[in-house]
Write a protein that binds this ligand. Structure first.
Ligand SMILES: C[S@@+](CC[C@H](N)C(=O)[O-])C[C@H]1O[C@@H](n2cnc3c(N)ncnc32)[C@H](O)[C@@H]1O
Length: 208
């Protein structure tokens, strides 16, 4: 198995290649999280990947639980969190977002970054995100624009990782799902190759 230093070096090289191609992931995740203005924890991060989002949230001082079906991605994310000095504020759990092992209303913020296009069953995931969010809590949705997806597709192939999988679930479908389930769209912005939406769960009267 690779050493932690090898994992970290490979990740930094990957980020540098993306930045050179026009996608600065660090700047993009800051832009995404800035849409919350003030981050309220505890936060559930859906689709950890290698932990870009989880680490940025933890840097803002909140506790983060991050879940992903891919335990290997989470192992790499945990290495990154160690190097970035935020590992003590992040819990990595290998869990499918369709069946979250948390009681209703556990989190004040639930987010997902660049995972929507990987989902096979959007409504099942959105329903679980809604359930574990407490009344008055906020959902932060962030997804690559068409230009961003095209860039990531080119980079995947250039890195020898084959075709980047892009499914049918879109951020607009996600926004529409939350709005039709009582959430209020508080913000929708575009920047850094991303579309970002913040939606608020009603304090009362919304479905659990
Ligand atoms: C591009 S990565 C997300 C990047 C990540 N948010 C970050 O901050 O670095 C997409 C992730 O979504 C995960 N994913 C896809 N479907 C999932 C599901 N049903 N439950 C949990 N994770 C899922 C994939 O395993 C993958 O690691």
């Amino acid at each position: 198995m690779d050493t932690m230093q090898q994992v970290r070096d490979r990740y930094l090289e990957h980020l540098a290649r993306f930045k050179a191609a026009g996608y600065d992931r660090a700047a993009a995740v800051r832009f995404v999280v800035d849409q919350l203005e003030h981050v309220r924890g505890p936060v559930l991060d859906v689709g950890s990947g290698q932990g870009v989002m989880a680490s940025e949230l933890a840097r803002r001082g909140v506790g983060v639980v991050t879940i992903d079906v891919n335990a290997e991605e989470q192992r790499l994310g945990a290495v990154n969190a160690e190097y970035e000095g935020v590992a003590d504020r992040i819990v990595f759990l290998p869990v499918d977002a369709r069946t979250l092992p948390f009681p209703d209303g556990t989190f004040r913020t639930v987010d997902t970054l660049d995972a929507i296009h990987h989902l096979t069953d959007g409504p099942a995931v959105f329903s679980e995100m809604r359930r574990v969010l407490r009344p008055g809590g906020r959902v932060l949705l962030a997804e690559l624009t068409a230009e961003g997806l095209a860039l990531v597709g080119r980079m995947h192939e250039a890195e020898g990782r084959g075709v980047h999988p892009v499914g049918d679930v879109t951020i607009d479908a996600a926004i529409a799902w939350f709005e039709s389930n009582g959430f209020r769209l508080a913000a929708r912005r575009e920047g850094h190759l991303h579309i970002v939406a913040v939606l608020e769960k009603p304090e009362t009267g919304g479905r659990a």
